[in-house]
Write a protein that binds this ligand. Structure first.
Ligand code: UD1
Ligand code: UDP
Length: 399
């Protein structure tokens, strides 16, 4: 059975790493990895962390690229690989330009598509933009829908996708996170090196960890986020740390408005182990990221979501995430309230984790195997699923 995994951005690579590890260790599966290179350094960092060496690299990234450019380059580049290698399945993840363009390219070649992280919906195609439209389009061309939660499954059923093509798996990002958080928290050499690298963290302050990059917030939204962070940094006992995404539409306003603020530490995007470590040290996380909304609850960190909508409503319903939009007063008021009210903080740090149990990749690979005519001969290696991250030499060399 020939399976081509296609991804190109940081979050796709993190969430596909455990799937790729399982595929590569499963007898009877020929696994091939195509990186579109939609991201460059942010992707290469993840590939290096998980020791993934793509068989193909479409190298599509350009500075300040347009959505159409990425889409067109991914489709053209992938088409050649599909024609030559003729996979049985193409696996795509999430809702990026890469995943939808790859899904479409596969569909045009009549290759079956497996959609990892299917069924996330806000109901508003402009928020997040363009991701809500991307994941809906991918669903139309997908043959197997790997829904992380039962809510995602229900959304797909409601849209008319057949029940026997939808599988609730959990999110593969939780597979990666559980392993990585164990590695970075275990006492020992790795932990000691991370403690040293982040020795500048003020142990007497509450660390507010920030990420932000959504396109629908470019312009006014980001100016408002900067205002909120500036105000938070003026409060005693708070340290704001912000690894700034490489998109120039984010870096421009963030460095212009916060670059000189002594209370805010603007840093480069972090390698995944470092970011996971920083999440474990945070008192609270302010983000518009999809993946971070899923990860923070697992680490018992309250997460305030700087967006007007979320497709991760499970975390909001569980009380471990809250939508705060981009209005500076609302953001500051919510942070302050959590720091002033121990019981509100404890509720949001309850540890409820609605997005998975760490075995999503095993379920996905098992399902793919079941689609094969030679299914009985192929069995996913569950041990690999549990140990893939720990075995990575790069992670052992961390720091
Ligand atoms: C993309 C995804 C978004 C995802 C995000 C994760 C789409 C439409 N958007 O948004 O869904 O949440 O990735 O981070 O697919 N850049 C670099 N180096 C890098 C990465 C980016 O310089 O390693 C800069 C480049 O100038 C690039 C720009 O960022 O043109 C935008 O990258 P792009 O992938 O188009 O959009 P993101 O905002 O990263
Ligand atoms: N992340 C990282 N380094 C950083 C910031 C985030 O490794 O400096 C990880 C984070 O743990 C999560 C993923 O990147 O797994 C989220 O990526 P991003 O926010 O760029 O995209 P989204 O999830 O919103 O699509």
């Amino acid at each position: 059975m020939k399976i081509l995994s296609v991804f190109g951005t940081r979050p796709e690579a993190i969430k596909m790493a455990p799937v790729v590890a399982m595929l590569q260790q499963t007898p009877g599966i020929a696994s091939r990895v195509c990186s579109t290179g939609q991201h460059r350094s942010m992707l290469d960092s993840v590939l290096s962390t998980f020791d993934i060496r793509p068989d193909d690299d479409l190298d599509v990234m350009r500075a300040d690229q347009s959505l159409t450019d990425v889409f067109a380059r991914v489709m053209t580049g992938l088409d050649r690989i599909l024609a030559d290698w003729k996979p049985d399945y193409v696996l795509v993840q999430g809702d990026t330009a890469t995943s939808t363009a790859a899904g479409m390219a596969a569909f045009f070649r009549r290759v079956a598509v497996g959609h990892v992280e299917a069924g996330l919906r806000t109901g508003n195609v402009l928020s997040p933009w363009p991701e809500e439209a991307n994941r809906r389009v991918t669903a139309v061309v997908a043959d197997r829908h790997y829904a992380p939660t039962s809510r995602a499954r229900a959304a797909l059923l409601q849209e008319g996708y057949p029940a026997d093509r939808i599988l609730v798996t959990g999110n593969t990002g939780i597979d990666a996170l559980l392993r990585m958080s164990e590695i970075v928290q275990r006492p020992g050499e790795i932990r000691a090196r991370l403690d040293e690298r982040f020795g500048w963290i003020d142990p007497n302050a509450r660390l507010v960890l920030v990420t932000g990059h959504r396109r629908e917030s470019f312009g006014e939204g980001f100016l408002n986020i900067c205002k909120a962070l500036g105000e938070l940094a003026r409060k005693p006992g708070i340290q704001v740390v912000y690894p700034v995404h490489l998109n120039p539409n984010v870096r421009g306003p963030v460095f212009e408005h916060l670059g000189d603020n002594p209370g805010i530490r603007l840093i480069e995007p972090l390698d995944y182990p470092d970011f996971v470590y920083l999440m474990t040290r945070a008192a609270l996380i302010l983000t518009d990221s999809g993946g971070v909304q899923e990860e923070a609850p697992v680490l018992r960190k309250p997460v305030l979501v700087m967006r007007d909508t979320s497709e991760r409503a499970e975390a909001i319903d569980a009380g471990v995430a809250r939508l705060v939009g981009t209005d500076p007063r609302t953001i500051v008021a919510n942070v302050t309230r959590l720091f002033d009210d121990a019981s509100a903080y404890a509720t949001m740090a309850s540890g409820a984790s609605p997005f998975g149990d760490g075995h999503a990749s095993a379920r996905i690979v098992a399902d793919l195997v079941n689609q094969s005519e030679t299914a009985p001969a192929i069995r996913p290696n569950l041990r690999v699923s549990r140990e893939f991250a720990a075995a990575s030499p790069r992670i052992q060399r961390i720091a």
